[in-house]
Write a protein that binds this ligand. Structure first.
Ligand SMILES: CC(C)(COP(=O)(O)OP(=O)(O)OC[C@H]1O[C@@H](n2cnc3c(N)ncnc32)[C@H](O)[C@@H]1OP(=O)(O)O)[C@@H](O)C(=O)NCCC(=O)NCCS
Length: 214
């Protein structure tokens, strides 16, 4: 990313603070946070203020942005709200302690990859994806837009995570499977069969638990 531009983190949450730390590790200056919660306006984290609400991003159009909100659906809603005002410049944040080679894999705009994650070869990561701490991502994996992968997840080769999927902490996914749009694998789940759209699985072996209503 362009280190001369200041970063604004959208979402003043625990994960927002972790992204602040990631930016610090990359040497990227953070101008502030944007968040729609009225009760936190003007608060600071390490002297860095909440500057205003999400739609006020247009006051800072010379900055780069990242949406640091774990829920895929809420992250997409925030993105849709932002693009009503124009086309923000979204940063891609990859922690220095991530193992990835840009000639072997691609990462889209607005995506965040946290420390300790290892990505091997021929991996396509979409836009506004979050891959949290200490995950492994095998060969030929496709992770579409607005997917969230929690810490310590093992994704085997040839897996596809369709847009708006979520994978909980410590889950593992057998090679070649897919999670359809908006589905979820709960924490600790061991996935041996693909998951249909908007369905939650958990357990070992993981089984269907419920449907997610929009
Ligand atoms: C799967 C999940 C979405 C279900 O959440 P929920 O719909 O609120 O379900 P509940 O917490 O009401 O649990 C319902 C039942 O399933 C069990 N359960 C929930 N998640 C489970 C999991 N991952 N594995 C095994 N059992 C689980 C609960 O113990 C409960 O059992 P009970 O009825 O015998 O008491 C959630 O538990 C989960 O795994 N979320 C991911 C969390 C995560 O990884 N966060 C990352 C933060 S960085």
């Amino acid at each position: 990313m362009d280190l001369s531009k200041k970063l604004i983190i959208v979402g003043f949450s625990g994960f927002g603070k972790e992204v602040y730390w990631l930016a610090h590790r990359l040497g990227v200056g953070v101008l502030g946070f944007l968040d729609d919660n009225p009760s936190i306006q003007g608060l600071t984290y390490r002297c860095t203020p909440v500057l205003g609400t999400v739609d006020e991003w247009t006051n800072y159009a010379d900055c780069v942005f990242v949406i640091a909100v774990g829920s895929p659906r809420i992250r997409k809603k925030i993105y849709e709200k932002m693009i009503v005002g124009g086309q923000p410049d979204f940063a891609t944040l990859v922690d220095p302690a991530v193992v990835i080679h840009r000639e072997f894999s691609t990462v889209g705009a607005g995506s965040i990859i946290c420390a300790g994650t290892i990505l091997t070869v021929d991996i396509v990561i979409g836009s506004h994806v979050i891959i949290n701490l200490n995950c492994t991502v095998g060969h030929d994996v496709v992770i579409q837009d607005f997917v969230t992968v929690a810490p310590m997840v093992a994704i085997s080769g040839n897996v596809t995570l369709a847009q708006l999927c979520e994978v909980g902490t410590g889950a593992s996914i057998r090679q070649g499977l897919s999670l359809d749009k908006g589905s979820m694998l709960g924490m600790g789940g061991v996935l041996t069969k693909s998951i249909a759209e908007s369905t939650v699985f958990f357990g070992n072996p993981a089984k269907a638990f419920k449907k997610i209503a929009d």
